[in-house]
Design a protein. Sequence first.
Length: 227
Amino acid sequence: MSFQMSVEVERKFLCNADTLKTLEEIGAVCVGQQQIHDQYFDTPQFDLTLRNMWLRKRKGCWELKCPPAAVSGTEEKGGEQSGAAAMCTCYKEITSLPEIQLRVTEVIRNLCENRDTETGFSYQDESWLSKMNLVCFAEFTTVRQSFNLEEEGVKIDLDQADFGYHVGEVEMVIPEGGDVQAALERIDRTAGKLGLTGDQRVEGKMSVYLKKNHPEHYTKLLSVHVL
Ligand code: V4E
């Protein structure tokens, strides 16, 4: 069975007192505000996140984010990145629960061959979590204001997390196999319009959350260059 997947290309940025004004000046249109509650899951040994796999439940739906196998110019770690790609992340987003269970099972089964990790659980049945030894390791709520910049076809989110971190992101979601380079260029042009400077990637919410709440987990992820 094959599933339609999408790829999210994004650049995070730090918000300041002028961000809202700048968005208005460049013609970004506010398309709404929402509250998002996220729960992230992993084994107690961090088998998923150490492989840069992020399993979460958001608004009752399961999502798995992982690096695309090989997307030219966007290698997450180790690849020679330059220009726009160096400031961005690129993740495949999987939202089909059977596909998520399959991917997670592949990792867990390789680690523990005797474990019963059959897929085929219904959406309501969450026993697959305990069967795969998955527990919630991070839980937080974000207030998100979203904007569209039509001339670039990008979305801009301003996130205020309940643990005190305020971060923005310029993002484009494209179909798997779509033109990542074109997305990077649109994001880079948008960053220019927003006056974003700096050549260091800005931390995501998870990085700040783990540093504060689970420093041991944070240090392990840093050591394998996932964060
Ligand atoms: C991919 C990832 C994580 C999952 C959460 O991704 P993120 O885009 O940070 O969260 P959010 O709430 O904005 O998701 P969206 O609504 O856009 O789907 S947690 C850590 N990572 C890896 C990662 C990384 N290595 N570097 C940066 C800058 N971000 C994320």
